[in-house]
Design a protein around this ligand. Structure first.
Ligand code: WTA
Length: 670
């Protein structure tokens, strides 16, 4: 039987809602890469009917190869290999390729730092393609000088600075496998990722700036390198070197022999670094993401297929043109930052803007100020941010000239139609198409999305699949459900950018993604298709929550809570939140004799921040004497969800071990 036996359709409230359609404007379509829905459908049908022909042609047109491939696809479910025998290098495709063209002297990265707390404007930096190429080659030589070889894993734990992109590209240049860890993760999370990937090096900074404060990245790394497992073994014992970027943020400790400064190392190397000729299937990066069990999964992506997906989706989904200034607001610590801040835009020779700070620091018009300052034409952000902007009021965007904007994108969670309309009217001046893009860390690139010159949009729907992507909504038996019925979203065919597995655990890869629905990739999302075939994502149907566009596994937060010596048991569920989409509610039972004092809530929240990172802090902690369980001992999450949402308890509770628990939990609400 399926693990997910709650009917997905129960969550769907908008099926019968009147939906407004926004067709692409003639002006936009005229100059777009894909000019009409029929143009899209023609290419889409070709991509599905003859995928190998389609992808072979695209790989030839879009990428430069040292050696051509012999075979486009080898598919032995669930393992795909793309462009077999082909050799290429990602950094060559993102940099060297442009050096013989007028793109060479164009801005590759525009960086805007956080303004000082005094309100002074932020620092700014521009790197042309030629300059970025030089920096990447220098740093690739620094990696080599510090013992990094092809295939070695390197942890990147940096703020949103150009050096994050430089470090990623430098790894790709020599065939090292990077694993970027978001700066908001704790020392424990860094140590766990080092242990799982057996990384040899950490690249970090003395600190990062956020809301006028300094984020102590190097200190976290020092702590991570000293952490031990339950048997007393160092978790990060594989680390040989730590490279530290100086931002003069704070005083740090330098351990002789292990820690070296980025700026000093650069002086020892030269700026020539031939790119490694890498197999198309050579691993490019590992990115950890929450799953339904306690341990994050190391999602593995490889070279050729991933890059092709990132490049093509950036080009078509944002209708990227030479004149664009493109800004994806994601942090490089998430997959969106990988594919749509670094690899996708640079492979297209675009100008990618990076911003280090928060959207409301020093004031809530920070984004609009940046858009005006750099004439940003494409903006890609998250629904959570849009909802926050709505709350802060139209006066902030209205203070700025946003007429340079051409395309608006969203990603990370379903966008509610109200936020969509606000984005369209207030930010896009009713003239910019909105692309609501559905995808995942695992998919490498955008999967379901409108194409701005071609697809009529409906607020709240990610609309139609990208080329080569065959999604379907199915029931628990894996059979397609009728239109307007909820079900599980699966992908029926392999695609070039798909994950190549879970690092070090291919069994888990098979179980998580390929066992739920036979012969298909299971996304973990619930979905329905409307009468026009448009996809409406409902959200996760597994035990993963989407909090402010970040994936958080409930099991991960639970294990963080029970690692506190005062906690006996914990269950974490989601409840809808107006701003963040979902909020985390933790039900906690304490060890005997520990009083449920109000201040313990903050202590436990901080404990979770220490174990995982501030992103995973529960919004709400409720103490209970016991958790409701079935006779077989399983925590009844459905009930807890209802309690968290303040809903009257419904459904079958006859298997509850102790019915009185329910009454106590309901009373426990603040
Ligand atoms: C959710 C982020 C609705 C979804 C790129 C997915 C979305 C998870 C959308 C992946 C969207 C992402 N509409 N839901 N446009 N985009 N999601 O791995 O639940 O951080 O499974 O990748 O975010 O999150 P991840």
């Amino acid at each position: 039987m399926s693990k997910y036996n709650e009917p997905v359709s129960a969550n769907i409230t908008s099926v019968l809602r009147e939906v407004r359609v926004f067709p692409p404007t003639k002006d936009f379509s005229k100059h777009a890469h894909i000019k009409s829905l029929s143009h899209y459908r023609k290419l889409y049908n070709e991509s599905i009917k003859s995928p190998e022909k389609f992808w072979g042609q695209q790989a030839k047109n879009e990428l430069v190869w040292f050696k051509p491939w012999k075979k486009v696809l080898q598919w032995k479910e669930p393992f795909a290999k793309w462009f077999i025998g082909g050799q290429l290098n990602v950094s060559v495709n993102c940099l060297d390729k442009h050096l013989e063209t007028p793109v060479a002297n164009r801005a590759a990265i525009i960086w805007e730092g956080e303004p000082a707390a005094s309100g002074k404007p932020g620092e700014e930096r521009t790197l042309t393609y030629r300059q970025l190429h030089r920096e990447v080659c220098l740093f690739a030589n620094v990696l080599k000088r510090n013992g990094i070889k092809k295939g070695d894993r390197v942890i990147i734990y940096l703020p949103m600075v150009p050096e994050a992109a430089i470090a990623m590209l430098a790894c790709s240049r020599i065939g090292a496998v990077h694993s970027v860890v978001f700066g908001g993760y704790s020392a424990q999370s860094v140590a766990d990722r080092i242990f799982d990937s057996q990384a040899k090096m950490v690249i970090t900074a003395d600190g990062g700036f956020r809301r006028g404060a300094c984020v102590q990245l190097k200190k976290n790394v020092d702590d991570a390198l000293a952490l031990k497992d339950a048997q007393g073994n160092l978790l990060a014992k594989t680390i040989e070197k730590v490279i530290v970027l100086r931002r003069a943020c704070n005083d740090i400790h330098i351990q002789e022999g292990r820690d070296v400064w980025w700026h000093r190392e650069i002086e020892y190397v030269d700026a020539e670094c031939p790119a490694a000729k890498l197999d198309s299937e050579h691993p490019l990066f590992i990115l950890y993401t929450s799953g339904s069990t306690g341990k994050p999964k190391g999602i593995l992506h490889s070279t050729g297929g991933y890059l092709l997906g990132a490049k093509m989706t950036t080009k078509y989904v944002f209708d990227l043109q030479e004149t664009d200034v493109y800004w994806c607001t994601a942090d490089v610590g998430w997959v969106t930052g990988h594919s749509y801040v670094v690899y996708g835009p640079l492979a297209n020779g675009a100008t990618s803007l990076m911003y280090e700070g928060a959207p409301n620091f020093p004031e809530p018009d920070r984004f609009w100020r940046i858009i005006e300052k750099y004439s940003v034409s494409v903006l890609y952000t998250a629904p959570t941010a849009i909802r926050a902007f709505m709350k802060w009021g139209v006066e902030w965007p209205k203070k700025h000239d946003l007429s340079s904007l051409r395309v608006l994108g969203t990603v990370g969670e379903p966008i509610n139609p109200e936020a969509w309309i606000w984005y369209h009217e207030v930010i896009g001046g009713k003239r910019c198409p909105i692309v609501d893009t559905w995808w995942q860390t695992e998919t490498g690139g955008i999967m379901i999305t409108p194409l701005p010159g071609a697809t009529p949009t409906k607020p709240g729907s990610a609309t139609l699949p990208f080329f080569g992507v065959l999604p379907e909504v199915v029931d628990n038996n894996g059979d397609p459900v009728p239109r307007n019925t909820g079900g599980k979203l699966v992908i029926r065919k392999p695609w070039p950018g798909m994950l190549r597995g879970i690092w070090g655990d291919q069994q888990r890869y098979k179980e998580v993604y390929w066992s739920e629905v036979k012969g298909s990739y299971f996304t973990g999302d619930g979905c329905r298709q409307d009468k026009d075939g448009y996809f409406w994502i409902v959200g996760r149907i597994d035990d993963v929550l989407n909090v402010a566009g970040h994936r958080i596994g409930t099991a991960e937060v639970e294990s963080a809570l029970v690692s506190n010596q005062k906690v006996a048991e914990a269950a974490v569920v989601g409840r809808p939140d107006e701003l963040k989409g979902q909020a985390l509610v933790a039900f906690v039972t304490l060890k005997t004799g520990v009083p449920a004092l109000p201040e313990l809530r903050e202590e436990l929240r901080n404990h979770v921040a220490k174990e995982i990172g501030p992103v995973a802090k529960p919004d709400d902690i409720r103490f209970a004497e016991a958790l409701p369980k079935t006779r077989s001992g399983k925590i009844m999450r459905r009930l807890l969800k209802q309690i968290a949402c303040g809903i009257e308890i419904k459904g079958d509770t006859t298997t509850l071990e102790d019915l009185s628990v329910l009454a106590r939990l309901s009373q426990n609400e603040e």
